[in-house]
Design a protein around this ligand. Structure first.
Ligand SMILES: Cc1cc2nc3c(=O)[nH]c(=O)nc-3n(C[C@H](O)[C@H](O)[C@H](O)COP(=O)(O)OP(=O)(O)OC[C@H]3O[C@@H](n4cnc5c(N)ncnc54)[C@H](O)[C@@H]3O)c2cc1C
Length: 691
C-alpha cells in the first residue's frame, strides 16, 4: 500500500517546524533537483518582475528561504519559524510594520496555514501603501489537487467555515492547514469588497505536470532530473492543458491585488442652509498615518457639514471627511479633561460623560457636530457670560500641517497658531485630536423660566439675566403687534431632577421646520401670541433635561428655509444696530422666521473667531426675491458699527466686507508661517480671497 511521506500523526512544535525547513533547504542544495529548481525559478521570477519599482517589500511565510535564491529585488523575508535566513520573525496575523509603509507584500503557500486569514488580509491591507501590491501564490484546490490531498493526507480542506465570522482551529505544524482558506475568502465577493479595498489585477491557475515532476517542495518524492529543454516543453503542455481545464488540473493559483490608491468617494452634500449643494470629492481615513501620507491631496478637512454656509464646502478639490476619527481617547474625571479625535461628535461625548453628571462647558444648539468643527468655528452656547466660547476650554490641539508635520499647540505653545486655529475655519491645518475641559454639574435637570418682556427692553434684560442664570437667551417676535419678546432662562438645581431626555412635543423640530417653511407674517403673529399666553400662564414644563433645553434642533431634517445672518456688535451699538436692521427688513418686505439674541462678554477670541463683547443676534430671513441685497445691506450696517459676522453661518460676505471685519493679512501670516502657503481652502475662503 502507498505510504505518504507526510507525518501528520502528531502536532509539531515551532522548533520541529524550523527543523523541517532546515532539512528541506539542505536537501535542496544536496540533491540539486533540476525540476524543482525550474519550478521555483519560474514562480519567483514572476514575482520578481512585479516588484520592479517597489522600494519596501516584505515576504510573509519565507519557510525554507528559497525566495532569496531567485528574487533579485531587495526584500525583507519573514516567517513564524525563526531560521538564520529569516530577517524578521512574526506571525502573519500581526505584522509589526507601520500602516501604509510597504510597496508590496508577497507570499507563497502560506494562506492555507493560517487560522485567521481574514485578519491576515486586513494586516496586509494596513501595512501596504495606497496602490501597493499584494502578490499571492497559493495552492489551488482543483479536482486533481483534492484527490492528491485525500491520498497523501498532507493537509486538509474545509469549505464549511465562514472565515469572515469564525477562525480555523488548526493545530501547530507546517502541514496543518485549511487549503480552502483562499477560496473561502474570495468566493464571498460581497463581503470581500466590504472588508477590503483591494482591486484584483491578476488571477491565474497554473502548474500541473511541472509541479508533480518536481517531487514536491518540502516533500521528498522520487523524481527523475529532466533536461531543461524538456521541462520547458512540459511547461508549455501544462499551459495548453490548464488553459482548457484549470479547475481539473491546476495545482497552484497566482493572484495579484492592488490596494486602492485612496479611499475616495464622491459625496453630495451642502452646508446646513443648502447654499452650495454639490458633489464633493472626499477622502476618509481612520488613522493619522494615512491622513499624513495623503496630505498632498487634501485641501480641506470637514466634520459633519453642519455649518450653514460654505466654510465646509470646497468645489473641485479634495476634502477630508473626519467622521472616521471617532475615538474618545481618554476621560480624566479627576482633572476634568477629555481627549478625543477630531471627528468625535458632541452627542458622542454627552452619551459618554452625562451619566456621571459631567458636561462640556460650551456647546451650540446642535448636538451632532464634530469637535474639529466646534474648534474651527469657535462655537458658542447659551451660557457665554459664564463660559465664553468653545476655544476657552481647549487644553491643546494636535494639528497636521501642510508638510506632514504634526504639532501639539496650546495657549502657551505655538500660541499664534493655536489662536488662529480656534475659529480659523479649517485653514490652518487638519485638527486631528484635542484635549478639552469637562465640568461637573449638580444634575442634568434644568429649571426653566420664560420671561415675557417688551421688545425695546430685551437687550437690557438679557444682560441682567445672563449674569444671574446658568443659561439665558432671547427670542424676539419680529412681526407681532404687541411687540413682546421672550427670555428663556435655565438653571441647574438639585430639585430639578430630570433623568431622561424627553424632546418636548411643543418644540418638535419637524413640526417647527414645517411651520417655518409655510409661515407668513400672519401665522407668525398667531404663533407669538400663543407663546405669550403659554409663558404668561406658565403652561410649559418647568423642569427639563439639560439637553432638551440646549439642542432643540437635534432632529431637524434641514434648515428652516431662507438665510440666517448672525452678527455681533458692541453693547453700546446693539440697539442702534438692531433698529437700523429692522428698518431694512421692513422696507424690503421680508418675512423673519426667528430672531435669537445672546449676550457676549469680553473673551480671548482672536483672528477669525466670532465672539466679541456685545449682543449676538441671529436672524432667519425667509427666501425672497431681494434677499441677497437685504443681506448685503445688513452686513454693511454691521460693518459700519464695527461688528462681526459669524463665518459658520455665512455665505454672502464679499472679500471687501471680510477684509473690513477681520485682519486678513495677520491671519494669513500665521497660516503661512506654519504651512509655508495657504494650502487649505474652502468655497468661503476663496470668496473671502484668503487663498
Ligand atoms: C441647527 C443648528 C444649530 C446651531 N447652533 C449653533 C450655536 O448655538 N452656536 C454656534 O456657535 N454654532 C451653532 N451652529 C453652527 C455649528 O455648531 C457649527 O457650524 C459647527 O462648526 C459645525 O460643526 P461640523 O462638525 O458640522 O463642522 P463642519 O461644518 O463640517 O466644518 C466647520 C468648519 O470646521 C472646519 N473643520 C471641521 N473639522 C475640522 C478638522 N478636523 N480640522 C480642521 N478643520 C476642521 C471645516 O473646514 C469648516 O471650516 C448650529 C448649527 C446648526 C445646524
Amino acid at each position: 500500500m502507498f505510504k505518504s511521506p507526510f507525518d501528520r500523526s502528531k502536532n509539531k512544535t515551532l522548533e520541529e517546524v524550523e527543523e523541517i525547513f532546515r532539512s528541506t533547504r539542505e536537501d535542496f542544495f544536496l540533491r540539486k533537483n533540476r525540476n524543482l529548481q525550474f519550478l521555483l525559478q519560474k514562480r519567483y521570477s514572476q514575482i520578481d518582475s512585479l516588484l520592479t519599482n517597489c522600494d519596501r517589500v516584505l515576504e510573509i511565510g519565507t519557510g525554507a528561504g528559497f525566495s532569496k535564491l531567485f528574487i533579485k529585488q531587495k526584500f525583507i523575508s519573514s516567517d513564524i519559524a525563526n531560521n538564520e535566513w529569516i530577517d524578521e520573525c512574526f506571525s502573519a496575523e500581526k505584522i509589526p510594520h507601520k500602516s501604509s509603509s510597504l510597496d508590496a507584500v508577497f507570499t507563497t503557500d502560506t494562506i492555507l496555514h493560517l487560522n485567521d486569514p481574514v485578519n491576515f488580509f486586513k494586516e496586509v491591507e494596513r501595512v501596504l501603501k495606497p496602490g501597493g501590491l499584494f502578490i499571492i501564490q497559493e495552492i489551488n484546490l482543483s479536482l486533481v489537487h483534492k484527490i492528491l490531498i485525500k491520498t497523501l493526507n498532507h493537509c486538509t480542506y474545509d469549505y464549511k467555515k465562514n472565515l469572515y465570522l469564525e477562525k480555523n482551529e488548526l493545530e501547530m505544524g507546517p502541514f496543518s492547514a485549511n487549503a480552502a482558506n483562499l477560496d473561502l475568502i474570495l468566493s464571498n465577493n460581497k463581503q470581500f469588497n466590504k472588508e477590503f479595498s483591494f482591486e484584483k489585477k491578476i488571477d491565474t491557475k497554473n502548474e500541473f505536470l511541472i509541479y508533480l515532476l518536481s517531487g514536491g517542495i518540502t516533500a521528498k518524492f522520487p523524481y527523475i532530473n529532466f533536461p531543461r529543454f524538456l521541462l520547458v516543453l512540459i511547461d508549455f503542455l501544462d499551459k495548453i492543458l490548464l488553459y482548457f481545464l484549470p479547475n481539473i488540473f491546476a495545482l497552484s493559483r497566482n493572484i495579484v491585488f492592488r490596494k486602492s490608491p485612496i479611499k475616495f468617494s464622491q459625496i453630495k452634500y451642502s452646508g446646513w442652509a443648502e447654499t452650495v449643494k454639490k458633489q464633493h470629492d472626499c477622502l476618509s481615513f481612520d488613522n493619522y498615518f494615512d491622513i499624513k501620507n495623503n496630505i498632498e491631496l487634501i485641501n480641506l478637512a470637514i466634520g459633519r457639514a453642519k455649518s450653514y454656509g460654505d466654510v465646509c464646502t470646497l468645489t473641485n478639490q479634495m476634502i477630508l471627511k473626519t467622521d472616521h476619527l471617532d475615538k474618545i481617547l481618554e476621560i480624566d474625571y479627576k482633572n476634568e479633561n477629555l481627549t478625543c479625535q477630531a471627528g468625535v461628535t458632541i452627542d458622542q461625548i454627552n452619551n459618554e460623560i452625562n451619566n456621571d453628571n459631567y458636561i462640556l462647558p460650551v456647546t451650540g444648539g446642535f448636538e451632532k457636530i464634530s469637535i474639529g468643527g466646534a474648534i474651527a468655528n469657535d462655537i458658542h452656547g447659551k451660557n457665554f457670560f459664564h463660559y465664553k466660547s468653545f476655544g476657552s476650554h481647549i487644553n491643546w490641539i494636535k494639528i497636521l500641517l501642510s508638510d506632514g508635520d504634526i504639532r501639539v499647540i496650546s495657549k502657551d505653545k505655538y500660541s499664534d497658531l493655536f489662536f488662529a486655529t480656534v475659529g480659523g475655519i479649517g485653514l490652518t491645518g487638519i485638527i486631528l485630536e484635542a484635549s478639552i475641559k469637562i465640568i461637573k454639574v449638580k444634575n442634568l435637570g434644568l429649571k426653566v423660566e420664560n420671561i415675557v418682556v417688551k421688545n425695546e427692553y430685551i437687550f437690557q434684560h438679557l444682560k441682567k439675566h445672563s449674569r444671574r442664570n446658568d443659561y439665558c437667551y432671547g427670542i424676539l417676535s419680529f412681526h407681532s403687534r404687541n411687540k413682546l419678546s421672550f427670555i428663556k432662562l435655565g438653571n441647574f438645581s438639585s430639585e430639578a431632577v430630570v433623568k431622561k431626555r424627553n424632546n418636548l412635543p411643543f418644540l418638535n423640530p419637524f413640526l417647527m421646520s414645517i411651520f417655518f417653511k409655510f409661515s407668513n407674517k400672519f401665522s407668525h403673529r398667531l404663533f407669538y401670541s400663543l407663546l405669550t399666553i403659554l409663558y404668561r400662564k406658565r403652561l410649559y414644563k418647568e423642569q427639563v433635561h439639560l439637553n432638551d433645553y440646549l439642542y432643540i434642533y437635534n432632529n431637524s431634517l434641514n434648515y428652516m428655509e431662507g438665510v440666517q445672518i448672525h452678527y455681533v456688535v458692541r453693547e453700546a451699538d446693539s440697539e442702534n444696530a438692531f433698529s437700523k436692521i429692522s428698518d431694512l427688513i421692513k422696507s424690503s418686505g421680508s418675512t423673519i422666521n426667528l430672531v435669537v439674541i445672546k449676550y457676549f462678554t469680553d473673551c480671548d477670541a482672536r483672528y477669525l473667531s466670532f465672539p466679541q463683547n456685545g449682543f449676538a443676534v441671529s436672524i432667519d430671513v425667509k427666501s425672497s426675491k431681494n434677499i441677497k441685497s437685504l443681506i448685503k445691506d445688513i452686513i454693511d450696517t454691521v460693518i459700519s458699527l464695527n461688528g462681526r459676522i459669524y463665518l459658520a453661518k455665512d455665505s454672502d460676505l464679499s472679500k471687501d466686507q471680510f477684509s473690513e471685519i477681520f485682519n486678513k493679512e495677520e491671519f494669513r501670516e500665521v497660516v503661512i508661517k506654519y504651512n509655508k502657503m495657504m494650502k487649505f481652502s474652502s468655497d468661503a475662503a476663496q470668496r473671502y480671497n484668503l487663498n
